[in-house]
Design a binder for this molecule. Structure first.
Ligand code: BF8
Ligand code: SF4
Length: 635
């Protein structure tokens, strides 16, 4: 039965436990929710004002307009662009948090943090046009932080955000400027979307969607700055060998799961946990403290420190069902409220840490950057105390974990390529794309959703595309899926890569001293780290002298779910990438909006959504797109 819900073998072990103990999981609640509201699925339910809710009848003789007169196109457009604004807010709030921390470090106010990658700080300064030569790192960091924060404050509509200007090709910036969708101020753009979608405002679906595209590009800006400044504070990812899936939990250790998105606290927990190993041992945990990751906080500490990944989004409850997690520490985003109840069924401390993200029934440790290390110590202490209450009889750790080589940010990829050509690192990549050894590049991103069998489409599509010599990159829960299913190691390359792709991955891997190929799928990090993939794509496009929409590069989110994914998908098409969705987006109640994002977008932006729930067919379609682009480039 579990096989219908999830491809993850851990689910088969743990869902029977949930059943026996009468604990609901996300899949039980999904089932109880059937049939889901068809109006909502089509995007034609409006709750923008209290005259509503209004629902448009898509087929019969029922209402074709809401009480105020809004038609299906307006309602669908308003709903979806509000999702883009919410996604942009989430990623950018995360980014602001990191930028403020960098400012605090630069001004000597935050003793628990430091600049871990000064070379990167200086490179960023160069990109942003800040003088750095001969200046101290704190002075440079202050300027970088302030210029970054100006992306939340600038009031000049004609002056786009600094980060986006520093992150795209000239041609793309011109195109986006021509459509008037370049954001000038993240906060203002998000506020603008909330304003124009209010009752009785923008009632032109095309204008609304263009407003949404601007919001999505604000999202890109927010995640680019979040990624880059996090590298400055916590280190830039380098390849590291680790493991993924619930088998990374240890019976004889204090298991602490780091869950959420923002590395500001989790990185300190990693640091502090090392200093508290003896305390854990004194409490009876012979293996000390075992940190594991969940969701994107998990990806952040995975790619930077090699902390094993226990679970992606839909597996977060399974982690608790093992009875072996002593504390689950959460920050923001993608944290199921259900974990409070699950934690209380076991001995697990669920610790919320951000004052704007509490969950009733859990413990809250109010994290502040000023007291970060102390907060981390408090949390590890709670975990050790919880360990003492753990009931060994209830521990069931599925024996599944897969070796994963992760940590392939833009820098790591360029460094690996430089081993083949120190003078011109991009040349080997470009040559192999041109000669067809690499047929194209696919970026897998996005979530897990109960509307699909967990992880399944990711795995099916990756194997098929790799066999066709497509180079695979991944972030977020997609990356989590590949890691858990053993597609991020050398064996996977040997087993699944087409001959020419295998040759390229082997040449780079051996030059990098891995004694074999690079992994089949390159883990670039968390969802905000999608900006890393853009960085590589921009470097390639600049080298050939084309725009991003000319590259044989596609994106795919087979299980897109969150508002953040809606924002990412939208900037992905705005940057020129054909972007596959495996889940029906909630816009199909409007032909105007559907046509706009799947067809007209191709003419306007080069990128467009391609919706295909069947993974085999989706892979075929992406291959056809890749080949179309190759032909247009004459390669
Ligand atoms: O930011 S992929 S389910 S965890 S939203 Fe959430 Fe989606 Fe996972 Fe990371 Ni991204
Ligand atoms: Fe209905 Fe219009 Fe109010 Fe929406 S804004 S709920 S369509 S009256």
């Amino acid at each position: 039965m579990n096989q219908n819900f999830s491809l993850d073998p851990s689910a088969s072990v743990l869902l029977p436990v949930a059943k026996k103990e009468k604990i609901d999981t996300v899949w039980d609640r999904h089932k109880a929710m059937q049939p889901q509201c068809g109006f909502g699925q089509l995007g034609i339910c409006c709750r923008v004002c209290w005259k509503g809710p209004c629902r448009i009848d898509p087929f019969g003789d029922g209402p074709k307009r809401g009480i105020c007169g809004a038609n299906a196109d307006v309602i669908v457009a308003r709903n979806v662009v509000r999702m883009m604004a919410a996604g942009a807010a989430a990623h950018s709030e995360h980014g602001r948090h990191v930028a403020l921390a960098l400012l605090g470090v630069a001004e000597g106010r935050l003793a628990d943090y430091q600049i871990r990658d000064e070379a990167k700080l200086r490179r960023i300064a160069g990109r942003l046009g800040i003088e750095e030569a001969g200046r101290g790192s704190h002075e440079v960091a202050r300027d970088v932080a302030l210029l970054t924060l100006a992306d939340f404050q600038n009031q000049d509509h004609h002056d786009p955000c600094t980060w986006i200007k520093a992150s795209l090709t000239e041609k793309r910036l011109d195109k986006l400027a021509g459509l008037e969708v370049l954001p000038h101020n993240i906060d203002a753009v998000v506020t603008g979307i909330m304003a124009r979608t209010n009752v009785g405002c923008d009632a032109d679906p095309v204008n609304l969607v263009l407003g949404g595209v601007k919001g999505a590009l604000a999202d890109f800006n927010g995640m680019a700055l979040a990624t880059e400044l996090s590298d400055v504070l916590f280190g830039t990812p380098r390849p590291v060998i680790t493991a993924a899936n619930l088998g990374v939990l240890k019976e004889d250790a204090v298991n602490i799961a780091l869950h959420g998105h923002n590395p500001l606290l989790s990185d300190l927990v990693c640091e502090i946990a090392h200093t508290m190993e003896d305390e854990a041992r004194r409490a009876g945990a012979s293996a000390g403290i075992n940190l594991v990751g969940v969701c994107c906080t998990g990806n952040e500490v995975l790619v930077r420190h090699g902390i094993p990944l226990a679970a992606n989004y839909l597996s977060q409850e399974l982690a608790l069902l093992t009875g072996a997690v002593d504390a689950m520490v959460v920050d923001v985003q993608c944290i199921m409220p259900s974990i409070a109840e699950l934690g209380s069924c076991f001995h697990t401390e669920i610790v919320t840490t951000m004052d704007d993200c509490k969950i009733t029934g859990t413990r809250h440790v109010s994290f502040k950057e000023e007291t970060g290390a102390e907060n981390a110590r408090q949390i590890v202490t709670l975990a050790i105390e919880a360990f003492k209450r753990r009931n060994p009889q209830r521990v069931l750790i599925p024996d599944f974990k897969e070796t994963s080589i992760v940590g392939f940010g833009a820098e790591a990829i360029l460094e690996a390529l430089a081993l083949l050509d120190a003078e011109d690192p991009l040349k080997p990549l470009l040559d192999n794309v041109v000669n067809g050894n690499i047929r194209g590049i696919a970026l897998f991103a996005g979530c897990n959703s109960t509307n699909a069998k967990q992880d399944s489409s990711f795995v099916t599509m990756a194997k098929k595309l790799a066999a066709e010599n497509v180079l695979l990159l991944a972030t977020g829960c997609g990356a989590g899926a590949f890691a858990k299913h053993g597609l991020m190691n050398q064996e996977a390359t040997l087993a699944w890569a087409g001959e020419t792709l295998k040759g390229v991955l082997t040449a780079i891997g051996e030059a990098a001293g891995l004694g074999g190929p690079l992994p089949l799928v390159l883990h670039m990090g968390s969802c905000v780290d999608n900006s890393r993939a853009v960085q590589v794509a921009v470097a390639l496009a600049d080298k050939i002298g084309v725009d991003l929409d000319a590259l044989p590069l596609v994106a795919s989110a087979p299980e897109a779910m969150s508002e953040k994914a809606v924002a990412i998908g939208t900037w992905s098409i705005a940057l020129g990438l054909p972007t596959h969705l495996g889940i029906m987006p909630q816009v199909t109640g409007s032909k105007v909006v559907t046509d706009l994002v799947t067809e007209t977008a191709k003419e306007l932006l080069g990128g467009y959504f391609l919706v295909e729930p069947d993974p085999e067919a989706a892979a075929e379609k992406l291959l056809a797109v890749i080949d179309e682009r190759r032909r247009a480039l004459g390669i």
